[in-house]
Design a protein around this ligand. Structure first.
Ligand code: NAD
Length: 307
């Protein structure tokens, strides 16, 4: 009954571009949208461009895609696949969503931003479209409580892990109103077309993967407060244990420190048990790094410098 011939991916950051690449590598065309910038860069001003110039209006989406290509060249290695991505912005190009069978929201981890986005895109979607969120842990019911029932019936969480090309896990989080046939279809699509292992999760703060994963990362990071160096912690949580890709601070840089903080706070703010609250407390040094735009790979430096 359902078929996915074209996908709208909203948000061209680390995850959005990665999901777009994953889809195009299965031959599915993608429309990739992101916001229009609010300000001109000094270079744009020098060139005499305005906020209306196309070069400016597509800067963010183009930048996101370029950064993803640099971070994961293998995901974009087949040029014909990369050509299946049509870029656009959320002001001029919402009409591109009209023939998308699935639209996945992959924007910043912020409840209000996600809620506003759904209100904005809903008039452009076809009635049968499946809509999902890649949130790391915000309630899927809360983010659609303001939307009509028909929207909620077609809505669910599809939580990919970073990097989407390599991480096998796909969490599926049905909302209270999601049609069971859509949950079933998306699980089969994730498994058979995208090659993922599916875990069904309940709509609890951070679902399953990030409830455990973020707790582990934060607890290990707190070693820094006790005077252990970054390199030692990474050696002990990564290669020395035979897990080359799980070093704590390296993983945090890959995830994005701002995203990590949002995800940790989502549990902190939504649990009452003081012991559990302490587990998800964000260390002060992490807050400071985010305030200073040391966000990890996406800004070129975090715990490590990206060269
Ligand atoms: P990112 O910071 O790399 O990208 C976020 C994108 O959102 C940017 O391209 C930005 O321009 C866009 N954006 C900012 N404000 C917006 C607005 N007001 N409206 C619409 N778009 C806006 O973030 P990311 O790491 O790709 O994360 C995106 C989503 O995926 C988040 O919900 C995050 O929790 C989730 N997620 C992240 C990871 C990870 O490891 N980074 C893993 C799984 C899930």
């Amino acid at each position: 009954m359902y078929k996915i011939n074209k996908v709208g991916v909203i948000g061209s950051g680390i995850m959005g571009s990665g999901i777009a690449a994953l889809l195009t590598n299965t031959g599915i065309p993608v429309v990739l949208l992101d916001i229009v910038p609010f300000n001109l860069t000094p270079e744009e001003e020098k060139k005499g461009l305005t906020l209306e110039s196309p070069e400016v209006r597509y800067r963010i989406v183009r930048g996101g895609l370029e950064a993803a290509k640099k971070a994961s060249p293998a995901a974009f290695a087949v040029p014909e696949n990369a050509e299946l991505i049509t870029i656009g912005n959320l002001e001029d190009d919402l009409h591109l969503l009209k023939d998308c069978d699935w639209v996945v929201e992959v924007v910043v981890e912020n409840l209000e931003v996600k809620k506003n986005l759904f209100t904005k895109i809903a008039p452009y979607l076809k009635p049968s479209a499946i809509i999902s969120t890649n949130t790391s842990g915000i309630s899927v019911n809360k983010m659609t409580e303001h939307m009509p029932l028909e929207f909620r019936q077609h809505f669910l969480g599809t939580h990919f892990f970073n990097p989407p090309r390599y991480m096998k896990l796909l969490e599926i989080i049905p909302g209270n109103d999601t049609k069971p046939e859509i949950v079933d279809f998306m699980a089969k699509f994730g498994e058979r077309v995208l090659g993922k292992g599916i875990v069904f999760a309940k709509d609890t703060p951070n679902f399953i993967g990030n409830r455990i994963g973020v707790y582990g990362i934060l607890e290990t990071m707190k070693a820094l407060e006790k005077g252990y160096p970054v390199e030692a912690v990474d050696a002990l949580t990564g290669p020395v244990l035979g897990r080359p890709n799980s070093a704590t601070f390296r993983t945090a840089d890959l995830v994005g420190l701002d995203t990590l903080v949002h995800v940790a706070k989502n549990v902190y703010d939504n649990v009452t048990d003081p012991r559990e609250k302490e587990l998800f407390r964000v260390p002060e040094f992490l807050e400071k790094m985010v305030a200073n735009k040391l966000l990890g790979d996406k800004t070129g430096s975090g715990f490590y410098k990206k060269v």
